[in-house]
Design a protein around this ligand. Structure first.
Ligand code: WT7
Length: 671
């Protein structure tokens, strides 16, 4: 949820920004009438609309004749068609004459740059696909990818998609327990990783984390290790690496377990670049992506091939108005759905250049992104509100140092954007020339559902505006009553769409409960929202136990179970509270086991413990010790009270003492 002041100003926001005339003139969709026509058709005749899109823009081994088949809660889309998404991202682009065009433009944190053409990308993908087959990987096997933001991550995804082995990408910022949980849940025996990656000038010990995760589960039979760090030391220049080997890299070592671990470059040496794409059923599982929900166990969101393929390609084309010469940069890590859909699949299917950057936005300084936009002549830039707020705080000098005249469009995603940040993005980065697309969607939705179309929609700062083709959103009460204009309620989607999740891996009951039982008959997003008199949607934030820290999704229960895994902790409760920079931050309330005393040292230790168990993004910003947690008679933690406390505590200064707190807890309990 946005900061308190952000929400206040969203409520008051009344400005409207029509699409810049120059942009509208050249856009794929440039009139309201055209948007209406396509939108109305997509709602009135979804099968006709989606089948036409599928046939016109994609290669099918067998063309589909069936559209969306919905038997709640199960969706099938293009069910009688066979295709291959890797083929559509690569071979089809080469057939269309894009073979020598740059598919991936990569910049490593140390400054190394690689440009990989569509043809080169296909060759690498085919080689890795052959390697996987040789290692015994079969269609349907889940492959875990835990890598830095380097081209080899995209290569690995496309190799998996080529042979029909679903991938499960784990964000490189997660640590061993999080990896182990996901490996276990997915039943995955093969891991592709790297020795390490660069982040803020330091090495992220990816392989070491995989080793620890493998020890925790005993699941892992095969590990493929790409040499990212040691390459710059031992084989400088190979693979285009130019980053000077640092002192840290010179010291860096990993262990290779014989029989289990293989070097990527050893396996790839003799692999053939010929690997025909496997014709797959449209409903063949493409990937699992774990995300947080309201229980401690992350859920494996399941996406399939055909519908996801068509939806991500079409939304990328129209939302970002992609043209052949675009250099598109989505700054999201591929470990999140944004990276899946709009670094890799949706973007490559449009035959344009996708930029990948390995490291931190402030390495070596706060102008890194702007320097890259200038250097690579980036035309479309898609990032998160939390990043924009961080840049804003550093001051516009960092932006003004660079020539950003290549930019044509800006986008945001991940959390509500406060109007102040929107206006800053619009004026300082976009020089008032570039339309901004504020895109609302979720891991579950596969692609963008609410968004302006940049050549048509007048934007209002803080609103994700209107539905994309085929999307039928509404604001409802818990009882399923549609809200009046500007009345708050739950955001729901009334019709299935092609890129919708097909389930939660191994847990159909949770899938039914979480998305379809809350308000019968509609998809429940978990967000609260309102829709204004122009039909524009304004997202307020989550209504469940999901916290959005810097746009990253975390479950309170996950952080709580990390805390109670510490031997000194008896009980813990975690809530989100507003933070100016990260939107929300984590506050933890901790009751210690008897015999332990609260101390600053223990506070630091516990915060560190959470970061070590889950990853740095889960580190609580505030941690307060308490004798007891406030609970209802039935033993449910009173989160609303804790949230109030965490939020107010920040405003008033730390007035709430330990004793007061337990008194409140007791009082409430007895009330
Ligand atoms: C939640 C989904 C899908 C991209 C990355 C996040 C929030 C996402 C917006 C936006 C306001 C937004 C919602 C949503 N959210 N985009 N433009 N405006 N809120 O995916 O991690 O699955 O999180 O992010 O709360 O439910 P995710």
């Amino acid at each position: 949820m946005a900061t308190g002041s952000g929400i206040d100003s969203i409520m008051k926001e009344g400005r409207k920004f029509p699409p810049p005339a120059d942009f509208a003139r050249q856009a794929h969709i440039s009139t309201e009438a055209r948007y209406r026509e396509l939108y109305d058709r997509s709602i009135k005749d979804p099968d006709g609309f989606w089948l036409a899109m599928a046939r016109e823009n994609h290669h099918w081994f067998k063309a589909p004749t069936r559209g969306l088949e919905w038997k709640s809660p199960d969706l099938r889309c293009f069910a009688d068609g066979t295709t291959n998404l890797s083929f559509n991202c690569l071979d089809r682009q080469i057939e269309l004459g894009r073979g020598d065009h740059t598919a991936i433009l990569f910049e490593g944190e140390p400054g190394d740059v690689r440009k990989i053409s569509y043809r080169e990308l296909r060759d690498e993908v085919c080689r890795l696909a052959n390697v996987l087959k040789k290692l015994g990987v079969k269609k349907g096997d889940r492959i875990t990818l835990y890598m830095p933001m380097i081209p080899e991550l995209a290569i690995a995804m496309l190799a998996c998609a080529r042979i029909g082995a679903p991938h499960s990408v784990i964000f490189g910022g997660f640590t061993s327990q999080a990896i182990a949980d996901r490996l276990q849940d997915a039943g995955s025996h093969v891991v592709i990783t790297a020795d390490g990656g660069w982040r803020r000038g330091k090495i992220v010990p990816l392989k070491e984390n995989v080793d620890a995760a493998a020890d925790l589960t005993g699941m892992v039979k095969t590990v493929i290790v790409y040499e990212r760090i040691t390459q710059s030391r031992d084989r400088k220049g190979a693979g285009g690496t130019s980053g000077a080997p640092s002192a840290e890299a010179a010291q860096f070592k990993i262990n290779m377990k014989s029989g289990r671990d293989h070097w990527w470059h050893d396996l790839m040496k003799d692999a053939s670049t010929n690997c025909p794409a496997e014709p797959l059923d449209a409903e063949h599982m493409l990937y699992l992506l774990y995300t947080s929900g309201s229980t401690g166990k992350p859920k494996g969101i399941l996406h399939t091939t055909g519908g996801y393929m068509v939806y991500t390609a079409l939304s990328a084309k129209y939302v970002f108005d992609l043209k052949p010469d675009d250099v598109f940069w989505c700054t999201a890590d591929i470990g999140w759905v944004t990276g899946h859909s709009y670094v890799v699949y949706g973007i490559l299917q449009n035959g344009v250049t996708s930029v990948m950057y390995e490291g931190a936005p402030n390495q070596p300084d706060w102008d890194r992104f702007w320097a890259m936009i200038e250097k690579h002549k980036v035309t479309k830039f898609y990032t998160a509100p939390t990043a924009i707020r961080a840049f804003m705080r550093q001051g516009r000098e960092f932006v003004d140092k660079h020539d950003l005249s290549s930019l044509k469009l800006l986008g945001t995603v991940g959390e509500p954007i406060n109007p102040e940040a929107w206006i800053w993005y619009h004026t300082v980065v976009g020089k008032e020339r570039c339309p901004i697309v504020d895109t609302w969607w979720q891991t579950e939705t596969g692609g963008i559902l609410l968004t302006p179309l940049p050549g048509v929609t007048s934007t209002k700062p803080g609103s994700a505006t209107r539905p994309f083709f085929g999307i039928d959103p509404a604001i409802m009460s818990k009882e399923g009553k549609v809200a009046a204009p500007n009345e708050g309620g739950f955001l729901v989607i009334r019709k299935p769409w092609p890129a919708m999740l097909r389930g939660i891996w191994g847990d159909p009951e949770r899938y039914q409960r979480q998305y379809w039982d809350e308000i019968p008959g509609v998809y429940f997003t978990g967000d609260s929202s309102r829709c204004d008199e122009d039909g524009y949607f304004w997202i307020m934030g989550r209504v469940d136990d999901v916290i959005k820290v810097a746009g990253h999704r975390l479950g309170t229960a996950e952080v709580e179970s990390a805390l109670v895994s510490h031997p000194k902790v008896a009980e813990a409760a975690v809530v989100g509270f507003p933070d100016e920079l990260t939107g929300e931050a984590i506050a933890a309330f901790v009751a210690l086991r008897s015999g332990n005393q609260p101390s600053e040292a223990l506070e630091t230790e516990l915060k560190h413990h959470v970061a070590a168990v889950i990853g740095a993004i889960a580190r609580p910003k505030a941690l307060r010790f308490t004798d007891a947690l406030p609970k209802t008679r039935s033993g449910k933690i009173m989160r609303r009270l804790l949230k109030e406390l965490a939020t107010k505590g920040r405003v008033d200064g730390d007035l709430t003492t330990l004793e007061d707190f337990s008194v409140i807890a007791k009082l409430r309990d007895e009330a």
